[in-house]
Design a protein around this ligand. Structure first.
Ligand code: SF4
Length: 456
């Protein structure tokens, strides 16, 4: 069993009788370490390291995006543990509210490390708690810095404090995407159905309408809203002029949430069926593989005249595409640049022209009347995230993880982080000044200046 791959460490299993062998034991979870800190010389190997992770986890395949085009799906950067909601499926811990916001120096240290670990042009999710509760000037500085070093900042928020004015300022500072979390687990007073919560979704859509950012809506799926997924899809379908992605997180028993184990009706398969019911078409959710197939499903559709059209219905072409376009930059927020890059690339890869045009022509014929009627084409993608319960972590999925959180020691799978969050958020942090920041007081202790050093 290979144990050391570049800077990535593969954890061997420990035998145990207590837990289901499929799941990691409490002592294995306790012992599990983040991926070690890397240096600048390691950055060029980011995609290769991810390929090794996929191979070790046994999920490398012709349709695997990680380790080919991308090194990671995204990395969460938690800039506060505070929140202005207390969702029934919250992944924060009971200690989160009492933890002060980590120092900006530490945030920049983590951002720099994310780039070294995964390479440039990757998504950094600015999250928490709710990041809009961080001091506004600091939030803007964080967005600006992420953009400045060539990464893509995404804001994850429940939208309550994300005013139009704040969204405009965030965009000015380089924000790429905004993901609004709206669903019944938030227990917003007086709202009993997801359809009633469309009032907030419409409000948030108007807050960002016309801004050059990608807009995502996140929905946690649990027993109470599972049946409303088709109506939700119809709502997003009617708003593709602003909304580009609908993301669904399946209930997981982790963190301080009061709702524990998910209902058996909820799975990657059943949620993808509900999405297709709302979409009114079959969607190719198995064409693209992002990390471990038990972790996600991803589908992409085009929208015209209120109808959706499956975009990933040619898996052979898809596999050829991701293999051949490893280095082609696709900037979602700049459609003109994206189109230019694709046309240039086609010019340099003539053998690809025929399959590409055949595909485009087929799509055009499928959509022609709807495009003529609507005079525009929208895009709506669907992402389903199958988080693991804290007590049911599967090591191969952790190894193939595409969604990591940055800790003081390095990146770690979101599922693993949530299972032992206090191990990271309650850690004192050593600063450049050798002083130590204390999470529960927010105070910085220990002597730092040469003046003080003399007195120690
Ligand atoms: S966060 Fe969990 S469910 Fe998501 S990719 Fe990582 S291991 Fe899989």
């Amino acid at each position: 069993m290979k144990t050391e791959v570049h800077a990535y460490h593969v954890h061997p299993r420990q035998e145990s009788v207590e837990t289901d062998p499929k799941f990691m034991t409490p002592s294995e979870i306790k012992a599990f370490k983040p991926h070690p800190w890397v240096e600048l010389k390691d950055m060029p190997h980011a995609v290769a390291r991810s390929r090794t992770r996929m191979e070790v986890a046994g999920v490398w395949a012709p349709n695997q995006i990680l380790g080919r085009r991308y090194s990671i799906g995204c990395v969460a950067l938690e800039i506060t543990q505070r929140c202005n909601l207390d969702c029934t499926l919250c992944y924060l811990s009971e200690h989160s509210e009492s933890v002060k916001d980590i120092p900006m120096e530490e945030i920049f240290r983590r951002i720099d490390q994310i780039k070294l670990q995964f390479g440039a042009s990757n998504d950094i999710q600015i999250t928490g708690g709710d990041p809009t509760l961080r001091k506004r000037s600091e939030l803007m500085e964080i967005v600006r810095y992420i953009r400045k070093i060539g990464m893509r900042p995404t804001l994850m928020t429940n939208g309550i404090a994300a005013t139009r004015d704040m969204c405009e300022e965030l965009v000015k500072n380089g924000l790429n995407d905004i993901a609004f979390h709206v669903d019944l687990t938030q227990e917003r007073k007086g709202y009993k159905t997801e359809m009633e919560l469309n009032k907030f979704r419409k409000d948030y859509i108007e807050r960002v309408r016309g801004l050059p950012i990608a807009v995502i809506f996140n929905t946690t799926v649990f027993k109470e809203n599972f049946h409303e997924i088709p109506d939700l899809i119809r709502f997003f379908k009617a708003n593709t002029d602003v909304v580009g992605m609908a993301s669904f997180q399946l209930q997981a028993d982790t963190g301080r949430g009061v709702l524990k184990k998910r209902d058996e009706v909820i799975s990657l398969e059943t949620v993808s069926e509900k999405i297709q019911e709302g979409a009114g078409i079959p969607i190719s959710f198995d064409t693209a593989r992002i990390g471990h197939p038990k972790c996600h499903k991803y589908g992409l559709t085009l929208e015209a005249n209120g109808k959706l059209f499956d975009f990933f219905d040619d898996p052979t072409l898809f596999n050829m595409l991701i293999e051949k376009t490893r280095t082609l930059e696709l900037d979602r927020t700049n459609k003109v640049k994206l189109a230019k890059n694709v046309i240039n690339w086609l010019g340099q890869n003539p053998d690809f022209l025929f399959p590409a045009f055949k595909f485009a022509f087929r799509k055009l014929m499928e959509m022609k009347w709807d495009i003529l009627k609507a005079r525009r084409v929208g895009k709506l993608s669907f992402f389903i995230q199958n988080f693991m319960d804290a007590s049911s972590l599967e090591l191969d999925r952790i190894h193939a993880c595409s969604f990591m959180v940055m800790t003081p020691q390095g990146p770690i799978s979101m599922c693993m982080h949530n299972a032992k969050r206090d191990d990271y958020i309650l850690q004192p942090i050593k600063l450049k000044s050798e002083q130590v920041w204390q999470p529960l007081t927010g105070k910085t202790e220990g002597c730092c200046s040469s003046e003080e050093k003399k007195d120690c």
